[in-house]
Design a binder for this molecule. Structure first.
Ligand code: ADE
Length: 422
């Protein structure tokens, strides 16, 4: 571990590999690159300090570089203790002049110390992934409130926390829910989480999915992506839900749907992606087949009740990185992936750059929206205008070489009339 005055990372000598990885990600982020080129010329964040708490990955690095080139004095802390790519952290410090406070595997105390360090930057702008910066400012660092113009939030979980703050009248600056943009959740959540969660399970275990019973908890955008990918690899997928509409959709998409208590008895692999707490309870895990795998791809490590299960563990056996066998007092073993933390970022590298391109284009344009509308926004949760989604989707299609049709004047007129019917 290397500690200097203005950053804390694992090892600066990893920087060269980190730079290669960042450049590799940037190749697949054409939309963000085009925004970065514009930011370089227009410098929309000149003179502003920005603190971000996002998974420290090569894709996040591409976002931070774009913001810095737009004039933002940018600092980065992790948004999860286990997801940091240490080589990327080193490269940001050494080659891009972006201080980072993050070390893969840091304990909870260090994680919170790093959040504090990044907030010592006295930011005008916040980028959050899970709402830890905003919650810390509102609870423990209220002296920072005066400076803050606004924040952008990446995840469903963070938006749920912001909504609760807004409802209680506690939110003290405007916040933008990036996850609410279509070019975020329809792609990042569905295709990104769908692929990276399975990537994490496979990298940690190398088990064959074909023929296995995979229980996916939840049928939101993330979980439906994972269910589809698991089915695509030959798994027999069961979905558990609490929302009748989503459950019905899962049934009609061809999945078996049942309560978690029933699924627990038959599943081989359990993947929870709901954003809620104790979705896979200790009781459920005690009834699972010996040798079942449990993994979480929700933002916080609360979905699978690993803490409750610890009370029944008679022996922990580390099999390989991020895969532990927990021998239980009922004679069975359960395999826990990534200690119940985000399997896609801990066991794999998170979502691929191509999909983070759109998520982080939304973050970059979201920050610009907050700055451009300084003084005009209320202390509420906002969503970026639909025109931004259209712009991002158009740029993405163009980068993929995909052309689409445009409405003819006749079609446009038809869509605006009500008198032409049967
Ligand atoms: N969340 C999921 N995948 C990610 C990635 N590659 N970078 C940052 N945040 C992420």
């Amino acid at each position: 571990m290397q500690t200097l005055l203005n950053y804390e990372i694992k090892d600066i000598s990893l920087a060269e590999q980190g730079k290669k990885n960042i450049e590799w990600a940037q190749k697949d982020m054409p939309v963000l690159n085009s925004i970065r080129e514009r930011f370089k010329k227009e410098r929309p964040f000149e003179g502003l300090r920005l603190t971000a708490s996002v998974h420290v990955t090569k894709e996040t690095a591409a976002l931070c570089i774009a913001l810095k080139e737009g004039g933002a004095n940018t600092i980065l802390a992790a948004s999860n203790p286990l997801s940091t790519q240490d080589d990327v952290a080193a490269a940001l410090v050494k080659y891009y002049g972006i201080p980072v406070f993050a070390i893969a595997g840091e304990n909870s105390e260090t994680y919170h110390k790093h959040i504090d360090c990044a907030l010592n930057h006295k930011p005008h702008l916040i980028i959050d992934d899970g709402c830890d910066l905003v919650a810390t400012i509102h609870s423990k660092k209220r002296e920072l409130l005066d400076n803050i113009i606004g924040s952008c939030e990446e995840t469903t979980t963070g938006i749920i926390r912001l909504q609760a703050m807004e409802k209680e009248g506690k939110l003290q600056f405007p916040a933008l829910g990036v996850n609410n943009s279509l070019t975020k959740h329809l792609f990042d959540n569905r295709y990104g989480t769908g692929q990276s969660a399975l990537d994490g399970i496979i990298r940690a275990t190398n088990i064959l999915l074909a023929g296995k019973i995979v229980v996916v908890c939840g049928y939101g955008w993330c979980s439906r992506g994972a269910a589809a990918k698991a089915r695509g690899m030959g798994a027999n997928v069961i979905v558990t839900e609490v929302d009748p509409l989503k459950a019905l959709e899962a049934v009609m998409d061809g999945y078996r749907v049942m309560p978690i208590a029933e699924a627990s008895l038959i599943g081989d692999i359990f993947l929870s992606i709901t954003g809620d707490i104790n979705v896979v309870s200790t009781e459920n895990m005690l009834t699972m087949k010996s040798g079942a795998f449990v993994a979480n791809a929700g933002h916080f490590d609360v979905e699978v009740d690993v803490n409750g299960l610890k009370k029944h563990v008679v022996e922990y056996k580390n099999i390989r990185p991020n895969l532990d066998e927990w021998v239980l007092d009922n004679g069975k073993s359960i395999y826990v992936l990534a200690q119940g933390r985000l399997v896609n970022l801990v066991c794999a590298e998170g979502h691929p750059a191509s999909v983070m391109d759109m998520s982080f284009a939304n973050q970059a344009l979201g920050m610009e929206f907050i700055v451009k509308n300084k003084g005009k926004l209320e202390n509420k949760l906002y969503t970026l205008p639909h025109s931004v989604d259209v712009e991002i989707a158009s740029l993405k299609l163009k980068s993929m070489g995909v052309k689409i049709d445009t409405l003819t004047p006749e079609q446009e007129k038809y869509l605006n009339t009500w008198s032409e019917g049967t």
